[in-house]
Design a protein around this ligand. Sequence first.
Ligand code: 5AD
Length: 350
Amino acid sequence: MNNTINLIEKLYKTHSLELCEYEFLIKNRNEESAALLKEYAVKERKKHYSNSVFVRGLIEISNICKNDCYYCGIRNSNHNCDRYRLSKEEILECCKEGYYLGFRTFVMQGGEDGTFTDEWLTDLIHSIKQNYPDCAVTLSLGERSKESYQKLFDSGADRYLLRHETADEHHYSKLHPDELTLKNRLECLKNLKEIGFQTGCGFMVGSPYQTTKNLAQDLKFIEDFSPDMCGVGPFIPHKDTMFKNHKAGDADLCCYLLSIIRLIKPNILLPATTALGTVENDGREKGILCGANVVMPNLSPMSVRKKYALYDGKISTGEESAQSLNNLKKSMNAIGYEVVVDRGDINNNL
Ligand code: 5AD
């Protein structure tokens, strides 16, 4: 009897495993288990999304951040980081170009920049929605109060991405300074969901001090929280952080986890992340082939792209950029998938 295969069958049928079973599945990863997970994951993603790949135009609106997450290149105490903040006009210009290219979701991502008041953001969201009523607006701007999230939602924002980073409190404290807590992070995620955002969590694969059990905890958290979206990419060291000498996360393990997450929640919106495309040339294609269904090309102005350096070597002007959408379409076609012009909301109908 092969326990790994049995667990995959159980996961495929019930969308749930015990914590120790997730841990076993990760510990005993081998070619056979990876192949079966991938086969089932693709079957599920096709049931819900056919061979469509959703694209999101990622606009990195500021690299100014009050936080000091130990792994992140734009953390507050990195004095080598060349800081910038886009103006409303610059952001609208990105949307204009993105719309023309075929994007129908704009993701505004940035550090926790104090100038992003509720007033400033609601005005921006109103303008985007007014100009592009057929587009979805996703925000990825970190932790805010419930009242603030409510205002952003009321002004028209559709989705919010806030990676939980790790579901283990002790591990969380090894990656973040004391003022940042897992408790608060999870409170924010709960609030976002209650308000009605399509909500995304996520974590890094291979972050410093991460154990297999921690990854199992992440999977169990995803099962319990049932997010609409989940961002999972390998950790990549940044030279100006205390983790500069740690090694990057493993792309194959990342893909294995993507397949598992697809089976936990078959209709989840699951990106093949830029970090995955950074650690391996064909990382994004691999991610799609393992059950991911979203790609987030970079729409930020060329002049700031290098400055939004969360980690070293982040691809920014090549195949991952929004301007290379035609190449992305071709590479997706080559593996049997199709980039679609669509808001790409979660499919709750099946
Ligand atoms: N390597 C990979 N991902 C990172 N992020 C931040 N720093 C790194 C890094 N060094 C991820 C975090 C964050 C998201 C915006 O980027 O998970 O939530």
